[in-house]
Design a binder for this molecule. Structure first.
Ligand SMILES: [Zn+2]
Ligand SMILES: [Zn+2]
Length: 138
């Protein structure tokens, strides 16, 4: 499936072809910190299928507990996290699906690192819902 996307400020733009069967949610604590939220969602594209159209991302290399190094690519202007990949000669890119114009069609099929998932993130459908910003609390 062809997708295209951008960071929030538009400095970084890309296009890619992803496999819609391999979209995952990651509940690991690194993803919680990077997102400033409960999890991140990624879609995979190979090196041949991912193309940066504009911008030069800032790269931060994180080292996992296992010793695995992983390059995290952010927009240096607005901080949007666009993708991650191996820091050396990357073959696969994990694109953060929230940056894609087609995000509503990128449906995850698996959840990883559930051992560190925030319990509330597993039961979102049970929470009160507002279609937009709710009224300010008095
Ligand atoms: Zn940006
Ligand atoms: Zn993760």
């Amino acid at each position: 499936m062809k997708i295209d996307g951008r960071c929030h400020c538009g400095y970084i733009t890309y296009e890619a072809t992803i496999d819609p069967e391999y979209i995952g949610i990651c509940h690991c604590t690194d993803c919680q910190t990077f997102s400033g939220s409960a999890y991140r969602t990624g879609a995979l594209a190979s090196k041949e299928q991912f193309r940066l159209l504009s911008g030069k991302p800032k790269i931060y290399v994180k080292i996992a507990e296992s010793g695995t190094r992983r390059a995290q690519a952010f927009c240096p202007e607005c901080g949007t996290h666009v993708y991650s990949c191996s820091p050396d000669d990357p073959q696969m890119f994990s694109i953060r699906t929230g940056t894609a114009r087609q995000r509503d069609r990128l449906i995850p099929s698996a959840q990883l690192w559930c051992q560190s998932a925030q319990p509330w993130a597993m039961t979102l459908d049970q929470m009160k819902q507002f279609s937009r910003q709710p009224p300010v609390r008095p």
